[in-house]
Design a protein around this ligand. Structure first.
Ligand code: FES
Length: 84
């Protein structure tokens, strides 16, 4: 399991490793605007990863500057457990 914390909402949930971030957001009951329902075509659901271990696919909607600031499209992010 992977612990995901949504800091602005003070919510924390456990999800399966490999699950995508958009699924986790929905499970947590956190609202983000998803006009294309997470297909990756609109780029409106950008979020910032503040900590943790993820695998993120590139998207034409995320600029290099946004990438350096850890912005991503949740549908293109897979959550990974942190092994210590
Ligand atoms: S909802 Fe359209 S890319 Fe995320």
């Amino acid at each position: 399991m992977v612990k995901v914390k949504f800091t602005p909402y003070n919510k924390e949930i456990d999800v399966l490793e490999g699950e995508n971030l958009l699924e986790a957001i929905r499970k947590a009951g956190v609202f983000i605007d998803t006009p294309c329902n997470g297909s990756g075509s609109c780029g409106k659901c950008k979020v910032k990863i503040t900590a943790g271990n993820v695998i993120s696919e590139d998207s034409r909607h995320i600029t290099e500057k946004e990438k350096r600031k850890d912005m991503c499209l949740p549908v293109s992010v897979r959550l990974k457990k942190i092994y210590q």
